[in-house]
Design a protein around this ligand. Structure first.
Ligand code: SF4
Ligand code: SF4
Length: 400
């Protein structure tokens, strides 16, 4: 694709990268077939090829209008288009550049802006998020459905106290996960203790930064990355791995070196952190141990989060672990398609998110599984709020 980006922009690192990505797109449109919003809305501008054009025009003209904003806001950042693209177009990276530009030069309505400001100031801050979650839980009954679904159900996980071991791993707690599904990390701690590995947590750990990254809030994103790196660094020399049990956090942490590529003071630290970060499925599979299934379920419908299959490129690993434990995995149609959770998407684009959830739950339930398993807190809570009666769990909860 030909580009005519303004010279001054092209001389920046971001401008060079945007130019490279735009030029790598040959405009074939193969990506549209895998795009959930293109499938739902049938509008070229709601598919990856159209969005790439919109970003190109916006960067070339240096004008951010509401049309671009509408179509970029509707993108789930699921990156199914990247998996499908034969030319290796780094769509997610281009979208980040486009969203940064939009946030700086576009104009949002008052409610939309206020909602976005609220999200970036509350969710990544554990103390504030806990406070708001408790308030939301107390008034759940009067909240509209769109907000009610976002309030984590208060769960208490019993963290057993295990022995101190020589082999240790640091497990990330996340911001939403520690409120909504704390039982996931508790399950992992018990599993690993049974094999002589101690799980430790870092009380100073911060949000991974994915929320502000997706909302195009560059300043807060960089600060969050830096704070999180500072909190994790002291552990790196004595833990085997930094494990993410939420694929939405893992994908961002693994990408810290690219995201902090222009930051001389943090780049090498970002590389050290990223080298240690693994998804829990990678860690368990590299241990090469066997696990048992739980008694109450046998047939599992597996939903691979986009951040696992498209973002981290991990496919087949969880499936092998579950099958190894004795589960039967039922076939699931359109398994590459997003469930509609996509971070804050279910709050900011509720109608599209609900339609995608309905379709996903219909596909997951088709073969009458006993349980639906996934690997990210966002997908788990979003799917749990749907209308199917099949329980939705994190796959770790299925191992003994
Ligand atoms: S992003 Fe890839 S698949 Fe989509 S139009 Fe461009 S080259 Fe084709
Ligand atoms: S990231 Fe997902 S929703 Fe966005 S353009 Fe690509 S496939 Fe479509």
């Amino acid at each position: 694709m030909q580009t005519k980006l303004p010279q001054a922009f092209k001389e920046t690192k971001t401008g060079q990268r945007a130019d490279e990505i735009l030029r790598s797109c040959v405009h074939c449109g193969l990506c549209n077939a895998t795009c959930p919003t293109y499938q739902l809305l049938g509008d070229e501008l709601d598919g990856p090829r159209g969005r790439i054009y919109l970003i190109k025009e916006m960067l070339e003209s240096e004008q951010a209008d509401t049309v671009v904003q509408t179509h970029l806001d509707r993108c789930l950042t699921c990156r199914a288009c990247e998996t499908a693209c034969p030319s290796g177009v780094a769509y997610g990276e281009l979208l980040e550049i486009g969203r940064d530009f939009l946030e700086e030069h576009g104009k949002r309505g008052l409610i939309d802006s206020a909602m976005r400001r609220w999200l970036v100031s509350v969710v990544p801050d554990i103390v504030r998020f806990k406070r708001w979650s408790r308030l939301g839980a107390a008034f759940r009954w009067i909240l509209p459905r769109i907000l009610r679904e976002q309030v984590p159900r208060h769960r208490v996980a019993t963290h057993e106290v295990f022995e101190t071991r020589e082999r240790q791993v640091l497990v990330l707690q996340g911001c939403v996960q520690r409120m909504a599904t704390p039982q996931v990390n508790a399950s992992l701690a018990a599993l690993l203790d049974s094999r002589g590995i101690e799980v430790i947590f870092d009380d100073e750990e911060n949000c991974c930064g994915s929320l502000s990254l997706h909302l195009g809030n560059t300043r807060q994103t960089r600060t969050t990355f830096a704070n999180n790196i500072d909190a994790l660094l002291p552990f790196l020399d004595h833990v085997e791995a930094v494990i993410s049990t939420a694929s939405g956090c893992g994908v961002t942490l693994k990408d810290y070196p690219r995201l902090l590529g222009g930051d001389a003071s943090y780049f090498s630290k970002a590389c050290r952190v990223a080298e240690k970060v693994v998804d829990v499925s990678e860690y368990l599979s590299q241990l090469g141990l066997e696990w048992d299934k739980v008694a109450e379920f046998r047939r599992v419908a597996w939903h691979a989060p986009c951040t696992l299959q498209h973002g981290q490129g991990i496919t087949g690993t969880v499936e092998r672990l579950l099958q190894g434990a004795g589960y039967e995995l039922v076939p699931v149609r359109d398994s590459h398609i997003c469930c509609g959770s996509a971070g804050t998407y279910s709050l900011l684009q509720p109608q599209l998110a609900r339609t995608l959830r309905k379709q996903k739950l219909a596909a997951l339930s088709e073969q009458a599984p006993d349980v639906i398993a996934t690997a990210n807190v966002g997908c788990q809570t979003h799917l749990s709020n749907g209308d199917e009666n099949v329980p939705v769990v994190h796959w770790l909860e299925l191992l003994r």
